[in-house]
Ligand binder design. Structure first.
Ligand SMILES: [Zn+2]
Length: 250
C-alpha cells in the first residue's frame, strides 16, 4: 500500500553506493525509516540524495511496519533548502540539526504528532530567515519546550513541581531550581530533596516560569536556559546529545 504524507528528513545515512536509509518525521504517520533506492545515482528518482532537514511531499510503501518502508517519491517543498542550503549560517544549521536529533530520539515510529510537525517546519523557516544569534537561540528553546509538551514530557514550570506552591508566592527574592528528577522547577524549601537540581539565575527562572519572556531575554540568560534543557534532555534520554556542544557556547 502506498502512503502519501508530508515529511522532514531527520536522519540520512548511506546504505550502499547508490542508496540511503532515511528517517523521516512525517506529519500524519509519525516517524518512519525508509530506504531510498538509487537516491545517490546520477539519475536519482528523488532529484539527488535526500538531504537532512529537507522537507516536502513523500510517497512510501510500508507493507510491513517491522521493516524499512520503501520511498517511492520525494518532492521537496519550494524554498525548503535542506542542510546544504543552511550552511551559510552554521548556527542556524546546528540548531536545526539539534531539533532533528531531539525529535528523532523523543518520538516513536508510527506515532504521529501533526502539531509538532507543523511547529518543526515553522521553526526551520523562522530560523533560516533570521541572522540574530539571540533570536535563533530563543526560537530553538521554544521549539524544545514545544517538543517536550507534545511528547508528554512537559516540565512543571508554573508552580513548584514538588510542593505545588506558585513561584510568585515565594516573592521575587526567592531562589528557584530546576530538577530533572522533579520534572520541573522546585522552590528553595524543596530543593534539598533533589540532588540533581541546578540553581537558576532570577532571569533564567523568570523565562521558564513565563515562556513569553523568552523572546526578549538576553543571550546570556538564554544560554543558561539552554544548558538546563540540554541537561534535562540528556537525563530523559539517558545518553549525551551529539549536537549539544554546537548549541552551547563555551
Ligand atoms: Zn516546593
Amino acid at each position: 500500500m502506498l502512503t502519501k504524507d508530508l515529511a522532514i528528513c531527520i536522519r540520512a545515512v548511506d546504505y550502499s553506493e547508490t542508496s540511503q536509509v532515511v528517517t523521516f518525521f512525517t506529519r500524519d504517520t509519525g516517524k518512519i525509516g525508509a530506504i531510498a533506492k538509487g537516491s545517490k545515482r546520477p539519475k536519482s528518482p528523488f532529484g539527488g540524495p535526500i538531504e537532512m532537514l529537507s522537507h516536502g511531499k513523500i510517497v512510501f510503501s510500508d507493507s510491513s511496519r517491522e521493516k524499512l518502508a520503501t520511498l517511492t517519491e520525494f518532492e521537496p517543498a519550494c524554498g525548503a533548502p535542506g542542510a546544504a542550503g543552511l550552511q551559510n549560517d552554521l548556527f542556524v544549521l546546528n540548531c536545526c540539526l539539534f531539533a532533528a536529533e531531539l525529535t528523532n530520539h523523543l518520538t516513536d515510529d508510527y506515532d504521529p504528532h501533526p502539531q509538532l510537525f507543523d511547529s518543526f517546519v515553522q521553526f526551520i523557516q523562522d530560523v533560516q530567515q533570521d541572522s540574530d544569534r539571540t533570536r535563533i537561540l530563543a526560537l530553538t528553546i521554544l521549539f524544545q519546550l514545544a517538543l517536550l509538551k507534545e511528547v508528554g514530557f512537559q516540565p512543571i514550570l508554573d508552580h513548584c513541581a514538588n510542593c505545588k506552591t506558585p513561584h510568585a508566592a515565594h516573592g521575587v527574592q526567592s531562589q528557584t531550581y530546576f530538577s530533572s528528577l522533579a520534572n520541573g522547577l522546585v522552590c528553595r524549601d524543596c530543593e534539598p530533596n533533589f540532588p540533581d537540581k541546578i540553581r537558576l539565575s532570577r532571569n533564567a527562572a523568570a523565562c521558564l516560569i513565563s515562556l513569553k519572556q523568552i523572546p526578549d531575554a538576553t543571550e546570556k540568560t538564554l544560554g543558561e536556559v539552554e544548558k538546563v534543557l540540554v541537561r534535562h534532555f540528556t537525563h530523559l534520554l539517558g545518553r549525551p546529545l551529539k549536537m549539544a556542544k554546537h548549541i552551547l557556547k563555551g
